[in-house]
Design a protein around this ligand. Structure first.
Ligand SMILES: *Cc1c(COP(=O)(O)O)cnc(C)c1O
Ligand SMILES: [Zn+2]
Length: 485
C-alpha cells in the first residue's frame, strides 16, 4: 500500500464474487447475475482478498483516502477514491466519472438548529450528483464494471434496462449516453408516477422510455422477467454493483467527519432498500478495516403510505415475518415501494449491526405524508435543498426525537437523496392546496408562498417606460414599507 501515491492508480486487485444471501452459493463475476440461479436469493459482492486489506492499519487507510481527495487523476476523483473497497477489479480506462460523489454535508442553518433545541444535524446533499440523485453513485460503479466486462469478453453491444421510480432511469440514461460504445439504455417507468423532471431526464439523454400502467412494483416484475429470460443487463439495485457504488456515501460521511463517527446518527429513506443496504455495508467495511472505530447509528425512514420495512421491525424479533404492502400515493414518490427487492440485504446488515452494537444500532421510524412534505418545507425554508425524501428524513429525525431515540447532542446526518427541483411539483401542490385526497395532506395556508404581481400588464401598457418604472417601484415601496435613504 505504501507504494501507492495519490497520482498512481492503486496496485491492489481483489478477487470478487457474487455471494447469495439465500443459500450462500458463490458465483464468478465473469457473468452478470442478479438473483441466485439455485434459490432465487439476492446477491452481495464480496472480495475474497478483503482480509489482506486488514494488514494495512486504519491510520494508513485514512491517510491514503485523505491524500486521494486531492487527486488530479479522473478515475479516482469520484467514488473510486475508495478503490480498494469499491470494485477493485476494474482498470482506470474502465472507470466512468461524471462528477458523482463527494457531495457536501451541510450543517443545519443556525435558526433550524435553534428551532430544534440545539439539535446537531446536517444534510448530505446527494442531489448534488450529476443526475441530481444518489443513484449516480451506483451507476458509476455498475457502468465501470460493465465496461470492464465488455472489454474482457470482447462484447460489441449491450442493452441495459431498469425499472424506476424516476431517478434510477435518469441516472442509467445519463451514464449510458456518456459511455456509449455499444451500451444503450431502456427505462421502464410507472405511467404518471414519476415527476415531469424525472421523465424529462432519460428522454433528454436519448434513452428508450417505456411506460407501464401501475406502480414501481409492477415495472420491477416486468424488468425481472426480461432479465431472467433475455439478453439484457439489469441496472436496478438488484444489480449488486450498484449497491457497491452506493457504499461510497458511507465512506464520504466518515471522511467528512474526519473518520470520527461517535454520536453520529444517519437517517436514510427506504424505498427498494438498496441505499440503506449500501450505507450499512459501507460503514461495516470501514469498521472491519479499522478506518473508523464503530459505525454510526442507522435510522431508516418510511412514510405510512409505503412502510413494509417499518412494519417488519415494529414486531418483536421472534414474531417478524416480511410481507409486502400495497402502496398508496406518496410525496416521497421515489421511495413508494411496497415490496423492496433489497429487503433480505437490509435484514443481513441490520442483524450484523445489532449483534455487534446492540438494539439501537439499526432502527426504522415511520412518518406521515403530512410530516414528510412539511419536513421538506422546514428544511428548504432554512436554506437547504432537500427533496421530499430528504423531508422524510427530516420528519424521521423529529419522530426519533419524539420517541426519545436520539439526543440533541448526537449529530443527525440526513440523506437528502435528490435535488429539491426534481420533486418541486409536490411543493406546488402544497402551496396551491391541490393534493388529491389519497395523499392525506392538508396544507397549512401560512406556509404557502406565491409570486405577487407588482403591476398589471394593462397598467404597464398605458404608461411611458419611465412612468412604468417609477410606478412599479412605488408599488413595491408601498408593499414592503421601504424607508427612504
Ligand atoms: C431511489 C430513491 C430513494 C429510495 O432508495 P432505495 O435505494 O430504493 O431504498 C429515495 N430517494 C430518492 C430521491 C431516490 O431516487
Ligand atoms: Zn442462493
Amino acid at each position: 500500500m505504501s507504494a501507492c501515491t495519490t497520482t498512481d492508480f492503486p496496485a491492489y486487485r481483489g478477487r470478487m464474487e457474487y455471494l447469495c444471501l439465500g443459500c450462500g452459493a458463490r458465483f464468478a463475476i465473469d457473468e452478470l447475475h442478479y438473483t441466485c440461479p439455485a434459490c432465487g436469493g439476492v446477491f452481495l459482492l464480496q472480495d475474497r482478498s478483503f482480509d489482506s486489506l486488514k494488514e494495512t492499519p486504519g491510520a494508513a487507510w485514512r491517510a491514503l483516502f485523505d491524500a486521494r481527495a486531492a487527486t488530479k487523476h479522473d478515475p479516482l476523483r469520484g467514488i473510486f477514491r475508495f478503490y480498494e473497497l469499491m470494485a477493485p477489479v476494474v482498470e482506470p480506462s474502465d472507470i466512468v466519472w461524471l462528477g458523482e460523489g463527494n457531495t457536501p454535508v451541510v450543517s443545519a442553518s443556525p435558526a433550524l438548529r435553534a428551532l430544534l433545541g440545539g439539535q446537531r444535524m446536517a444534510f448530505k446533499n446527494d442531489g448534488q450528483n450529476p443526475s441530481a440523485s444518489f443513484k449516480d453513485r451506483g451507476m458509476a460503479c455498475a457502468f465501470s464494471f460493465l465496461r470492464a466486462l465488455m472489454r474482457k469478453k470482447n462484447m460489441k453491444s449491450l442493452l441495459a434496462v431498469c425499472a424506476s421510480t424516476g431517478d434510477t432511469s435518469a441516472a442509467a440514461a445519463l451514464y449510458a449516453a456518456y459511455v456509449g460504445g455499444g451500451i444503450s439504455s431502456v427505462v421502464i417507468l410507472p405511467e404518471g408516477k414519476v415527476t415531469p423532471q424525472q421523465l424529462a431526464q432519460p428522454l433528454g439523454s436519448g434513452a428508450t422510455v417505456l411506460e407501464v400502467p401501475g406502480v414501481f412494483d409492477d415495472c420491477m416484475k416486468v424488468v425481472e422477467h426480461l432479465a431472467d429470460n433475455y439478453d439484457v443487463a439489469l441496472l436496478n439495485s438488484k444489480n449488486a454493483w450498484r449497491i457497491l457504488g452506493q457504499e461510497s456515501y458511507a465512506f464520504e460521511v466518515a471522511q467528512w467527519r474526519d473518520w470520527d463517527l461517535a454520536g453520529v446518527c444517519v437517517f436514510v429513506p427506504i424505498g427498494n432498500a438498496g441505499n440503506i443496504t449500501a450505507i450499512m455495508s459501507g460503514f461495516l467495511k470501514l469498521t472491519e478495516l479499522g478506518v473508523i472505530a464503530k459505525p454510526p447509528r442507522i435510522f431508516g425512514v418510511q412514510t405510512s403510505h409505503a412502510d413494509p420495512v417499518w412494519r417488519y421491525y415494529q414486531k418483536p424479533a421472534a414474531e417478524r415475518a416480511f410481507s409486502p404492502v400495497k402502496v398508496r400515493p406518496s410525496v416521497a414518490q421515489a421511495a413508494m415501494i411496497g415490496d423492496p427487492v433489497s429487503f433480505p440485504r437490509v435484514r443481513h446488515f441490520a442483524e450484523k449491526l445489532e449483534q455487534a452494537y446492540g438494539a439501537g444500532a439499526f432502527q426504522v421510524v415511520q412518518v406521515s405524508e403530512q410530516e414528510t412534505i412539511e419536513g421538506m418545507l422546514l428544511a428548504n425554508r432554512h436554506g437547504h435543498i432537500s427533496c421530499t425524501q430528504g423531508g422524510e428524513c427530516m420528519a424521521g429525525l423529529l419522530k426519533a426525537r419524539d420517541l426519545g431515540l436520539i439526543d440533541t447532542d448526537e449529530t443527525a446526518v440526513l440523506d437528502a437523496t435528490a435535488h429539491m427541483l426534481k420533486f418541486i411539483g409536490f411543493q406546488d401542490m402544497y402551496f396551491e392546496n391541490s393534493f388529491p385526497p389519497e395523499f392525506e395532506i392538508t396544507p397549512d395556508p401560512a406556509l404557502a408562498n406565491r409570486p405577487a404581481p407588482v403591476i398589471s400588464a394593462g397598467e404597464k401598457a398605458a404608461l411611458s417606460p419611465e412612468a412604468f418604472t417609477v410606478k412599479a417601484a412605488e408599488n413595491i415601496v408601498a408593499r414592503l414599507g421601504l424607508a427612504r435613504k
